[in-house]
Design a protein around this ligand. Structure first.
Ligand code: ATP
Length: 609
């Protein structure tokens, strides 16, 4: 095997490390940039309104100042100035409103793009990636983390930029109008900012504490409902009540803290605003010429300055919140990027690479898959050829090995993370053959079926169906190839028919009925009030019937292969016979690989693992 191939082959689908271009290319920044490019007009609109709102908002106080100056000096007031004041004030408001509107729309576009990519990524994840996903963590990627990235635009970076521009431009205008005030503000603003941040941090801590307390209390509700009989039987009502009281008490105290900071902050800012105005006015009215060089101003300028002071406090307050938003967005971006960087199923990764990046990536991905085929058995590795010796039907074995195999495990080595399960395993299964995998518990029998289904990729060797790596089988084709029956039935929300079709429109009602007849379930279903349209509930069928339904589900797509994983393990002897009878009907003329502790003798050749 070539060195480059080895490098590609060393990718471990279980370890979640990045190892292919298809996995590396998607990240939040790229998705955002793509959205910006796709929504160029929207992005341009945001840039114009953000800058426009900052610039236009500087003018109304200046016009007001001129109006006051003219009035105080006895000049006649130009009507155009009054109109200009109102027009500029209205224009500022309009620009800000449009900016907020555009930012909201843009945020939604980002949310949509991110969630679509996350969903597409989830569908391409390897089985291992999926089994390692915690539902709660996954939901928080889709909901919480994406929201933080959206907030980055609606109330994060762009607002921060706008607020910073606003502060700088107001300071610049004040510098030319009243140098003393601008110096006071330069000293005061950092203090104000620190005070704001302290209040915000304490408020956030209290809010988080409240959220934790609320989630503890809400977590208690399903727990109580689930264990309600035990609680009543053991007389644990007061214990549960105390727990609720404690959580609700914690939440109440945290809310009180939040309310305190909320209540204190606004009055402090208002008082500060008034104090600054008062000091500046006093100094501007002083008779000291030195003081007047810094603080002296006309009545009009005083009005404008008061206006600016009240304007400058709001962005300082917002800056604190925006920093907070950006911090949580950074954490959200990191988590989303981690998710987008997870290992993908090669066949789907190739499809995705084709769609996203053209031929170069496609070629690379195909090389990765192709490398599996080129592999030679590892030097010194003992190949586990599991055909001849274990053949129950010795007469068949010779002819079987000469024909082209439907399934071939070629020198397969596979483990979950560090845990090696299969080492240099080789065997073949011929068309129409029925084989049973046998071995001690934990030997890797179910793992073989998972490898066959293409859910995992071997670290070494190849799993081939008609000479083609199973990982290349596309999702659309999979059901036609494999019918997989497990120990227990996994119900989906829907009718009896939906349980069999799994919402696959290619499976007709005739096929559904045929599968049910074959498994002997048709009569039971037809006796139900709504027949195949009966809504499925857990008590609708007995355990054996659920298993029959599981076989019907596998048979409905008329698959080429049947994979059976200890399907009678949970059944009593009588029900087992019913299921086995149904199975015989379904297995006729099919290649079947089964795992069974009790019925192995019934299913042809035995392959010991
Ligand atoms: N998703 C997984 N992640 C990590 N280890 C796993 C995973 N699935 C199975 N294993 C481990 O791999 C080994 C083989 O498991 P497998 O289910 O294939 O064995 P088995 O032969 O089918 O066992 P049994 O007859 O008891 O069902 C076991 O030690 C199991 O703990």
């Amino acid at each position: 095997m070539k060195k480059t191939d080895q490098a590609d082959m060393s990718m471990n689908p279980q370890n979640g490390k990045e190892s292919s271009p298809a996995n590396r290319k998607e990240h939040v920044a790229g998705i955002i940039l793509e959205t910006v490019r796709q929504k160029a007009v929207l992005s341009l609109g945001i840039a114009v309104t953000v800058c426009g709102a900052v610039v236009v908002s500087l003018f109304p106080p200046l016009v007001l100042g001129t109006v006051v100056d003219r009035l105080s000096s006895g000049e006649q007031l130009a009507f155009s100035l009054v109109i200009a004041y109102f027009a500029l004030t209205a224009l500022t408001g309009m620009m800000e409103a449009v900016r907020e509107g555009l930012l909201t729309v843009f945020g939604q576009k980002i949310t949509h793009a991110l969630r679509s990519r996350l969903m597409a990524k989830m569908q391409r994840l390897t089985a291992d990636g999926l089994t390692h996903l915690e539902p709660g963590a996954l939901v928080s990627r889709f909901v919480g983390d994406v929201d933080t990235v959206e907030n980055l635009f609606t109330s994060g970076i762009i607002s921060m930029f706008a607020d910073a521009c606003r502060i700088v431009s107001i300071l610049a205008v004040i510098w030319f109008r009243n140098r003393g005030l601008s110096l006071v503000l330069l000293v005061l603003l950092p203090v104000l900012f620190l005070f704001t941040r302290t209040v915000q941090k304490n408020m956030l801590a209290a809010q988080l504490e409240n959220r934790r307390a609320v989630s503890r209390a809400s977590g208690c509700v399903p727990e109580t409902l689930h264990n309600i009989r035990t609680i009543h039987t053991l007389g644990k009502e007061s214990y549960m009540e105390q727990r609720y009281d404690r959580y609700i008490g914690d939440s109440y105290r945290a809310m009180e803290k939040t309310n305190f900071y909320d209540a204190v902050y606004s009055p402090v800012i208002l008082i500060l605003n008034a104090v600054v105005v008062a000091i500046v006015m006093l100094l501007s009215a002083s008779g000291n010429p030195k003081v007047l060089t810094l603080f002296g101003m006309s009545a009009g300028t005083a009005v404008a300055v008061m206006n600016y002071i009240s304007q400058i406090f709001t962005p300082v307050e917002s800056l604190g919140m925006e920093i907070q938003t950006i911090q949580s967005a950074i954490a959200g971006v990191k988590r989303i990027n981690e998710f987008l960087g997870q290992e993908e199923q090669p066949a789907l990764a190739v499809e995705h690479a084709e769609a996203m990046c053209g031929e170069a990536r496609q070629k690379h991905q195909k090389q990765v898959i192709g490398a599996v085929l080129k592999q030679e058995p590892a030097a010194g590795g003992k190949s586990r050829e599991c055909t001849a010796e274990q053949d129950h039907q010795a007469g068949q074995s010779g002819s079987i090995r000469t024909a082209a195999p439907v399934i071939e495990f070629r020198n397969v080595t596979f483990g979950y993370d560090e845990h090696m399960v299969l080492k240099h395993l080789s065997f073949q299964v011929q068309q129409g053959e029925q084989v049973t995998l046998s071995g001690r518990t934990g030997a890797g029998k179910s793992t073989i079926l998972k490898l066959l289904l293409g859910l995992y990729i071997p670290q070494e060797g190849a799993v081939l169906l008609h000479g083609r790596p199973v990982s290349e089988i596309r999702d659309t084709e999979r059901r036609k190839r494999f019918g997989y029956v497990e120990q227990s039935f996994h119900q989906v929300p829907g009718t009896v028919k939906d349980q069999i079709t799994l919402f696959d429109k290619n499976i007709s009602m005739e096929a559904v009925k045929r599968a049910a007849v074959l498994t002997g379930l048709d009569e039971t279903i037809m006796q139900m009030e709504h027949g195949y349209d009966t809504e499925c509930t857990p008590e609708l069928f007995s355990q054996g019937q659920w298993q029959l339904l599981s076989i019907a589900r596998a048979a409905a797509a008329d698959p080429e292969l049947l994979l059976l994983d200890e399907i009678t393990a949970n059944l009593d002897a009588e029900t087992e016979q019913v299921v086995l009878k149904a199975l015989k009907q379904v297995s006729a003329d099919r290649t079947v690989i089964s795992i069974s502790h009790r019925t192995m003798a019934e299913l042809g050749r035995i392959i010991s693992i």
